[in-house]
Design a protein around this ligand. Structure first.
Ligand SMILES: Nc1nc2c(ncn2[C@@H]2O[C@H](COP(=O)(O)OP(=O)(O)OP(=O)(O)O)[C@@H](O)[C@H]2O)c(=O)[nH]1
Ligand SMILES: [Mg+2]
Length: 365
């Protein structure tokens, strides 16, 4: 009996010990019961001489080559397997790579016709000869339209005998119209021009405030009447005001629209007609903003907007990070539209002049 009782006592004591141990274990693991971290006394954190904040070096301006790295990889990278061999063995495979690039089918066909006409069959096996001819031809498409005169923005890169110089900025949704317009307004303002921007995007609720931020940043006037929902009316009233108050430039922002939306494209035509009632030779610049990420679709957009509005040029945005910058060759060759600037980032200094040679070298060399 005594032995039995002693065993029971022993078992109870053991169980208590185990339960106690478990309770301690779980308590110690419960986060809310962990002691709070000791308060950090700021005076104790005074930095040593070595730790003192170093002045942050100004970020290096982006280079075109770094911005175009993905397009380079996508274009040249895919062709490199042909160009790096001793001989081009599979011409058709190379054709396929070109057709699946962002040049657009017409430009690829033009290129292939040129290579076949200009290079004897033997030379077409020579990777270096083919590469050289390909690059030269692509460069010639850019050079033909993006000349110094072609890329010139009126009243910014050259003087224009018009007051105000009227700009219409158009394109599909989100391509970068308002941002680019803001950058252009800043550049004009920095040149000492008296600039007004008109909030012709009456469709998107936040459009007005976005344009206002850019106008403030650029130090220019914004025209954004309340309760006017017709974008043509905004453009007309803005132009009346800009004319009567001696503005040098009026930049009209517009709502994004798909090139396939007939009624919205008609709305832009109407805006242009209305502007011309006050200034017959305006708009002096009608620029489509194309997102370089859209590749061949951007080519289609430019085609339709050009048909509707007779564009004066193109600004490609988001060339940084796009793998489809090759579309610039297609736009130049098919539409013969000059590329007036390229956007390689969101900052003002990221709107760069377009230089054919630099562009080609950044992609191919
Ligand atoms: N990385 C990069 N971003 C850009 C560039 N240009 C514009 N963006 C960005 O693209 C986005 C859209 O720009 P918006 O200017 O609002 O485009 P939008 O065409 O006016 O748009 P909607 O008025 O809605 O049709 C914004 O976040 C811009 O900062 C560029 O060159 N590079
Ligand atoms: Mg906008």
């Amino acid at each position: 009996m005594e032995i039995l009782l002693a065993n029971i006592e022993f078992l109870i004591a053991g169980a208590v010990a185990v339960i106690g141990g478990m309770a301690y274990y779980f308590r110690s693991k419960t986060p809310k019961e962990l002691p709070p971290p000791p308060p950090v006394k700021t005076e104790e954190k005074a930095p040593s001489v070595q730790e003192e904040k170093k002045p942050v070096a100004a970020a290096e301006p982006k280079t075109l080559k770094s911005a175009l790295a993905k397009s380079r990889e996508n274009f040249l990278g895919r062709l490199e397997s042909f160009f790096s061999k001793a001989e081009i063995e599979d011409w058709e495979e190379m054709e396929e790579v070109l057709y699946t690039s962002d040049l657009g089918p017409k430009t690829v066909q033009d290129l292939l016709d040129y290579l076949e006409d200009d290079l004897p069959a033997e030379a077409r096996k020579n990777p270096q000869a083919v590469k050289e001819h390909l690059i030269n031809k692509l460069t010639s498409y850019l050079n033909a339209v993006s000349t110094e005169e072609g890329t010139c923005l009126k009243g910014l890169d050259s003087e224009l005998d018009a007051k105000p110089v009227v700009w219409m900025i158009v394109g599909v949704n989100g391509s970068g119209k308002t941002t680019t317009l803001g950058k252009l307004a800043s550049l004009l303002s920095q040149k000492g021009k008296k600039v007004m921007v008109a909030a012709g995007d009456t469709f998107r609720a936040a459009a007005d405030s976005q344009l206002r931020v850019w106008a403030e940043r650029a130090g220019v006037e914004i025209f954004s009447p309340e309760n006017v929902s017709d974008p043509s009316a905004v453009a007309y009233q803005a132009l009346e005001k800009a004319k009567s108050q001696g503005y040098d430039h009026l930049l009209v922002d517009t709502a994004g629209r798909l090139h396939t939306q007939k009624n919205l494209m008609e709305e832009l035509r109407k805006m242009k007609r209305v502007i011309q009632k006050l200034v017959p030779d305006a708009p002096h610049e009608t620029i489509i903003i194309l997102d370089a990420n859209n590749g061949q679709n951007a080519l289609q957009q430019a085609k339709e907007f050009h048909q509707a509005l007779d564009l004066s040029g193109v600004i490609f945005t988001k060339m940084d990070g796009s793998a489809k910058a090759g579309v610039a060759f297609g736009v130049s060759n098919e539409l013969e539209l000059p590329i007036k600037r390229i956007g390689i980032g969101e900052k003002l200094e990221d709107l760069r002049p377009f230089k054919s040679q630099d562009f080609v070298e950044s992609i191919f060399l």
